[in-house]
Design a protein around this ligand. Structure first.
Ligand SMILES: Cc1cc2nc3c(=O)[nH]c(=O)nc-3n(C[C@H](O)[C@H](O)[C@H](O)COP(=O)(O)OP(=O)(O)OC[C@H]3O[C@@H](n4cnc5c(N)ncnc54)[C@H](O)[C@@H]3O)c2cc1C
Length: 263
């Protein structure tokens, strides 16, 4: 399987033939008519704008099921990388993260830098650009709590814009970006708190594993290590040598009930 993370310099180089199974965590997926690896926001926009429909945006491949028939059009692989501090003050730092940045690398970086806000989202596979789409969340945290804006390419208008968090329609495992082909996420801004401690632990299982009460705060590294340990115990940390971890994560979501139904 060719290395799709390579940064080819010409469109000819970017044409990577081969089955899509090599690009998905389920290891399923037949061939695509064309596969283009895009290494920057400009390249992503150009690839999407110039490709004939149908077009599939594919990043970490950890939340897709592609059949043996493959995909009849162009697959644009999101491979842009970069984390930049765009604003900071005494209590917070805002980072702009390119869509293709591997999510868990970003979480590890924030924990190492003493930036609190993403630590409970450790060990989730995939790309940063995909996280706003279903408002990725786990162990009591979700990205909607720290995202301040999402830079997108609008495939209908053919324009680039930053959508402020308030207009992203974030909900439990949802946003305006989900189930529509209109938006291509190019980068995501997160405002994180300068703190050696996690946010208050909200998830009972995590609190138990940490030996603290719900609502307590713990060192960022402890939160990350404990989340990774809990995930690994459920086969939820991808391991290339362990076929049991070939998955798209949990496909269950928590039921959300109104008060009357709950009663
Ligand atoms: C072991 C495991 C554990 C997981 N745990 C969790 C969890 O705890 N919480 C959770 O919320 N999710 C979890 N997931 C699901 C998954 O990791 C996330 O949804 C992740 O954000 C998907 O990222 P990706 O880059 O792999 O997306 P892909 O699988 O490449 O794409 C998913 C969808 O998003 C679209 N997309 C991807 N990138 C972009 C972009 N830049 N712009 C526009 N559209 C785009 C694709 O077209 C596709 O429709 C888990 C998955 C696995 C395999």
């Amino acid at each position: 399987m060719p290395d799709a993370s390579a940064q080819p310099t010409t469109d000819a180089d970017r044409a990577i033939p081969g089955p899509l199974a090599g690009y998905t965590t389920l290891r399923t997926g037949g061939p695509a008519a064309r596969i283009v690896a895009a290494g920057s926001a400009d390249e992503i926009v150009r690839a999407v704008r110039t490709a004939a429909e149908p077009v599939l945006i594919l990043a970490g491949g950890s939340n897709v099921v592609i059949g043996d028939a493959g995909f009849p059009g162009t697959v644009v692989l999101v491979r842009s990388r970069g984390v930049r501090v765009i604003a900071e003050d005494a209590t917070s730092v805002t980072v702009r993260v390119d869509a293709g940045e591997p999510w868990d690398d970003l979480v590890a970086t924030t924990v190492a830098n003493g930036w609190s806000g993403l630590e409970c989202l450790s060990g989730i596979p995939g790309s940063t650009g995909a996280t706003p789409i279903q408002n990725v969340g786990a162990y009591g945290q979700e990205v909607a709590e720290t995202i301040t804006g999402v830079e997108v390419y609008d495939r209908i208008q053919g324009t680039r814009q930053v959508i402020p968090a308030a207009d992203c329609g974030f909900a439990y495992r949802g946003s305006i970006f989900k189930y529509v082909d209109r938006w291509v996420v190019l980068s995501v801004d997160f405002r994180l708190t300068r703190s050696p401690l996690s946010g208050p632990v909200r998830y009972a299982e995590l609190a138990r594993a940490l030996g603290v009460e719900v609502g307590d705060q713990v060192p960022l590294a402890d939160a990350r290590a404990t989340v990774l340990r809990l995930r690994a115990g459920k086969g939820m940390v991808l391991d290339a040598n362990d076929p049991d971890t070939r998955s798209v994560g949990s496909f269950f979501t928590n039921p959300v009930l109104d008060r009357a139904t709950y009663d």
